[in-house]
Design a protein around this ligand. Structure first.
Ligand code: GTP
Length: 583
C-alpha cells in the first residue's frame, strides 16, 4: 500500500473532535456521513456504519468501542485534517458528559439530528437546549444524518469553533496511547495521539509505563482502517505497530517517547469507574487458561472493564469483573462468545456496596474500618458492621408531561427521592431523582421506556454513597445455596425479590425425578419457597419420546450445573436475573 505523506498537515490544519449523544441518536450514522463527505469512504459503499465494526455492534446496533478516523477536508482553499473519535454509546451519560466537556472548556457544537422525521420539532428542541444548557438557539445545527442534510455545516463548525491542538513537531516525541487492539497476525496495534515530535518506522521508543524498549515497525492513520504513512507529526492521531506481543504492553494512558529523548509522561486518563460487578467462571475448569487469555485480549480492547481474580467453592477459579453497566456486561459476555468462542458462568450482578466495620477483628483483618463489597460472598453480617452504604446516582429524566404520574410511581418504587422537577416547555418536564444505583442497573431504562412509549430519556451521574439497610439473600435448591444467585439487597425489597426469584427458577429449571424445594433465605431464615413436584409422569407412556429426551438431556449435560442433586441449565441463572426485560 502506498504510504501517505502527513507532513502537509501542520498543527494549524488539525482539529480533534468527538460526537457525544445518547444511544440511538445517530452518532454512527453521522460519523458515516462525515466519512462520505470527506471521501474517506465512498457513497456507494453499502457497508453502513463503517465505524461500528464488531459483530455484536452490528447485531445490536450500538457502539461498544470507540473508533477513530482521520478525515481530509478542503474548506475555503485550506486542507484540514479532522480526527473524529466515535465515542461508545453504552452509557446514558450525555448530560454528565456535556458538563465534563463544559468544565474542561472544550468547544461544544450543538447538533439536532433526525429533522427528517415527520414529528421532528427542532424549534422546541432548540428551546429546551437553551433552557437546559444555556446554549443560544441560533447556535444549533439542524441535520438529518440519514439524508445528509446540513452535515457539511457540522464540519465547517468543527473547523471554525475548535482550536487546533497546542503542540510542536520540533519538540521531543510524546505519544499518548489512547486505545489499543490485538491483531492475531500483527500483534498489538496501539492507537496514539502525538502531543509533540514525530514518529516513523525504525525509531527506538520506550514505554513510560513498562520502561520496555521497541523499534517502530509501522505507523499510519485510521481511515478508519489502518493506512500506513511515512511519519506521524505533532497533533496527529493514528496507530503504531512496534513488536508489542503481550496485551499488557500497550496500556491505555501510557506515554511513548524516543529512547534518546526521555520526556515527562502525560497524565494519562482517569479510568472509568465500574458500576456493576459480577463473577465470571469457566464452565469447565480445564478451560481456565483459555478464558484467561480471552479475557486479557478483550479487556485490552475494552479497558473500562476491571478484572480481579476470584474463586468460589462451588464454581472454582474465576474472576470478579467490573462493568460500566448491565448492558456493558451483556455485550462483553456476548463478545467472549462470538469473538473467542468462550461460554462462561456469570453470577448475579451487584453494585459496589460499602460497610463501616465495628468488629475489631475485621478491622484488623482489612487494615481499615471501611470496606467495599463487590462480591455477595464477602458480605459481612450486621453484627460486625455499624453501617452499610450503597452507591447512588443522580438521574435526569426528560419526558412528555402525560407520563409524569407513571414515572413518579416507578421512581418511588425504586426507592428514589425527588430532587427537582422543571417544565422545560409547555409539555416537557425534567425530573431529577436520587436513585440507589442497584435499583436502576438491571431494568430501569427498559421500564421507563415502556411506560412512556419510548419518549422519556434517562441520564445519570455518580452521586456518592448513602446509608442503607442491606442484607444478603441466598437462593437454595433442596437446601444447597446457588452461588450464582446470592445477592445483596435492601431489606424492604427482600421478600418480594426472593419470591420472584423462586417463581422464576421454578419456571426455568427442567423437571427432575424428585421433588425440589426452591427457597430464598436471609441467613437461616427462609423468606420464600416454591415446591417443584417430581416429573416422573411428564413423558406419559411414550417410551421412544422419553428415550429421545433422555438422550438429548445427556448431550446437554455439559450445559448443566449440578447443585446438590439438582441439575440446572447454565443459562437459567441469566434468564432468572433479567427481570422485566424478558417478560
Ligand atoms: N430518520 C432518521 N433516522 C436516523 C437519522 N440518523 C440516524 N437515524 C437512525 O437512528 C438509529 C440509530 O442510529 P445510530 O447511528 O446507530 O445511533 P448511535 O447514536 O450511533 O447509537 P449507538 O451506537 O447505540 O450509540 C438508526 O436506525 C439510524 O438509521 C436521521 O437523521 N433521521
Amino acid at each position: 500500500m502506498e504510504k501517505l505523506d502527513m507532513s502537509t498537515y501542520p498543527v494549524e490544519s488539525i482539529r480533534n473532535f468527538s460526537i457525544i449523544a445518547h444511544v440511538d441518536h445517530g452518532k454512527s450514522t453521522l460519523a458515516d456521513r462525515l466519512l462520505e463527505i470527506t471521501g474517506t469512504i465512498s457513497k456507494t459503499d453499502h457497508n453502513k456504519q463503517v465505524l461500528d465494526k464488531l459483530q455484536v455492534e452490528r447485531e445490536r446496533g450500538i457502539t461498544v468501542k470507540a473508533q477513530s478516523a482521520s478525515l481530509f477536508y478542503n474548506h475555503e482553499g485550506m486542507n484540514y485534517l479532522l480526527n473524529l473519535i466515535d465515542t461508545p454509546g453504552i452509557q446514558a451519560q450525555t448530560v454528565a458528559n456535556f458538563y465534563l466537556a463544559f468544565e474542561a472548556q472544550l468547544s461544544i457544537i450543538p447538533v439536532i439530528n433526525k429533522i427528517d422525521l415527520k414529528n421532528a420539532d427542532p424549534e422546541r428542541v432548540e428551546k429546551q437546549i437553551e433552557k437546559l444548557f444555556d446554549i443560544p438557539t441560533d447556535e444549533c445545527i439542524r441535520i438529518s444524518a440519514k439524508q445528509g442534510t446540513n452535515v457539511e455545516k457540522v464540519l465547517q463548525k468543527v473547523i471554525e469553533k475548535i482550536p487546533p491542538p497546542q503542540c510542536n513537531t520540533a519538540d521531543p516525541l510524546k505519544a499518548l496511547v489512547f486505545d489499543s487492539t490485538f491483531d492475531h497476525y500483527r500483534g498489538v496495534i496501539a492507537n496514539i495521539a502525538l502531543f509533540g515530535g514525530e514518529i516513523a518506522k525504525g525509531q527506538k521508543i520506550v514505554s513510560a509505563h513498562t520502561k520496555k524498549r521497541y523499534e517502530v515497525n509501522e505507523v499510519g492513520i485510521l481511515t478508519p482502517n489502518e493506512q500506513p504513512t511515512h511519519k506521524l507529526y505533532a497533533g496527529q492521531v493514528g496507530y503504531l505497530i512496534a513488536g508489542m506481543k503481550e496485551v499488557t504492553e500497550a496500556q491505555i494512558g501510557d506515554t511513548l517517547f524516543l529512547y534518546k529523548q526521555p520526556v515527562e509522561p502525560l497524565p494519562g486518563f482517569k479510568s472509568a469507574k465500574p458500576m456493576v460487578f459480577a463473577g465470571m467462571y469457566p464452565i469447565d475448569q480445564t478451560e481456565y487458561n483459555n478464558l484467561k487469555s480471552a479475557l486479557e485480549r478483550l479487556t485490552l480492547n475494552d479497558s473500562s472493564v476491571t478484572v480481579h481474580r476470584d474463586s468460589s467453592l462451588a464454581l472454582g477459579a474465576g474472576w470478579r469483573l467490573g462493568f460500566l453497566g448491565l448492558l456493558h456486561m451483556e455485550v462483553f459476555n456476548q463478545r467472549l462468545e462470538q469473538e473467542y468462542n468462550m461460554s462462561v458462568i456469570l453470577t448475579a450482578p451487584t453494585v459496589p456496596y460499602k460497610a463501616v466495620l465495628s468488629s475489631a477483628k475485621l478491622i484488623k483483618e482489612h487494615g481499615k474500618d471501611q470496606i467495599t463489597i463487590i462480591n455477595p460472598a464477602q458480605f459481612p453480617d450486621k453484627f460486625s458492621v455499624s453501617e452499610y452504604l450503597e452507591p447512588t446516582v443522580l438521574g435526569t429524566i426528560v419526558t412528555p408531561h402525560e407520563y409524569i404520574g407513571k414515572i413518579i410511581t416507578l421512581c418511588q418504587d425504586r426507592r428514589a427521592v425527588q430532587k427537582d422537577m422543571l417544565y422545560i416547555d409547555e409539555n416537557r418536564v425534567m425530573l431529577k431523582y436520587l436513585f440507589p444505583l442497584n435499583e436502576i442497573v438491571v431494568d430501569f431504562y427498559d421500564a421507563l421506556k415502556s411506560l412512556s412509549s419510548g419518549y422519556a430519556s434517562f441520564d445519570y451521574e455518580d452521586a456518592g454513597y448513602q446509608s442503607a439497610d442491606l442484607i444478603k439473600m441466598d437462593i437454595l435448591l433442596n437446601g444447597n445455596p446457588v452461588e450464582e444467585l446470592a445477592t445483596i439487597i435492601h431489606n424492604d425489597k427482600a421478600y418480594a425479590a426472593g419470591k420472584l426469584l423462586c417463581e422464576r427458577l421454578k419456571e426455568t429449571i427442567p423437571r427432575q425425578l424428585f421433588e425440589i424445594a426452591i427457597q430464598a433465605a436471609i441467613g437461616k431464615k427462609i423468606i420464600a419457597r416454591e415446591t417443584f413436584k417430581s416429573g416422573s409422569d411428564k413423558y406419559g407412556g411414550d417410551i421412544t419420546r422419553r428415550m429421545k429426551l433422555l438422550k438429548r438431556q445427556a448431550e446437554g449435560k455439559r450445559l448443566m450445573r449440578k447443585i446438590g442433586n439438582v441439575e440446572v441449565p447454565r443459562d437459567a441463572f441469566i434468564r432468572v436475573l433479567k427481570r422485566e426485560t424478558d417478560k
